[in-house]
Design a protein around this ligand. Structure first.
Ligand SMILES: Nc1ncnc2c1ncn2[C@@H]1O[C@H](COP(=O)(O)OP(=O)(O)OP(=O)(O)O)[C@@H](O)[C@H]1O
Ligand SMILES: [Mg+2]
Length: 214
């Protein structure tokens, strides 16, 4: 059986992760691959319930540790029930956000101890890691402008997932620097992509890197 491939997309809001995930999925399927597109937090029925808790919480008083454990509780079930079995069946798994997002948001963004997050990751996932991670890098103002335009386009539809976007600009700057730091520390897995480019150009870079890793 051919070996599966685990690809994750990371970066701040509006960077184009979901756009590129969908596009890569279609292209790989057209090329005859079996592809699973999933997202975090979430990805399985149980983990989506934890997602609801995480994204709808309205600025409550959770401890950073409790929040972090919830992310990894969702992630552990996602990995065991969906990601690993799909990879074992030779499928390509594309995941919209993964562990790097927890390190970037909870660690670099909110200041929760990064070695502690890494310990929780090791405890819950062992040494399981993506084969390839795209870090979509974009100036903060452009990412937020894209998110805003997208929301205006969907005006009238109640958005219950606003929590992440309500955070301030300096937080988003920390996030951006955090993702770049993560990429610099794991150069064999991470590819930094200039997400300011047009969708087609971003996509071209991504497909080239995927082809090289197959
Ligand atoms: N390269 C690009 N150039 C211009 N606009 C883009 C580009 N990529 C995506 N967009 C647009 O920006 C908006 C946000 O894109 P998308 O939803 O893919 O981002 P995301 O990283 O998944 O955001 P979020 O973190 O909020 O889920 C969409 O309206 C999308 O069409
Ligand atoms: Mg998205």
């Amino acid at each position: 059986m051919e070996k599966g491939l685990f690809i994750t997309f990371e970066g701040g809001e509006g960077a184009g992760k979901s756009t590129q995930c969908r596009r890569l999925k279609s292209a790989l399927e057209e090329a005859g691959h079996d592809v699973v597109l999933t997202r975090e937090p979430g990805g399985t029925a149980e983990s989506e319930k934890i997602r609801d808790l995480l994204v709808q919480r309205d600025g409550g008083n959770w401890t950073p540790m409790a929040e972090c454990l919830l992310f990894f509780a969702a992630r552990q079930m996602h990995v065991e029930k969906l990601i690993k079995p799909s990879l074992a069946a030779g499928k390509i798994v594309i995941c919209d956000r993964f562990t790097d997002s927890t390190i970037a948001y909870q660690g670099y963004g909110h200041g929760f101890d990064i070695p502690t997050i890494e310990q929780i990751a090791r405890l819950s996932l062992g040494d399981f890691q993506p084969d390839l991670t795209f870090i979509l890098d974009l100036p903060v103002a452009e990412g937020l402008a894209r998110s805003l335009r997208q929301k205006e386009g969907a005006a009238g539809r109640e958005n219950t997932e606003d929590r992440f976007e309500k955070l301030h600009m300096d937080f988003h700057e920390k996030l951006r620097a955090g993702f770049l730091d993560i990429a610099r520390k794991a150069p064999s897995r991470c590819v930094i992509v200039d997400a300011l480019q047009p969708v087609d150009d971003v996509y071209l870079m991504i497909t080239q890197a995927v082809r090289e890793s197959m």
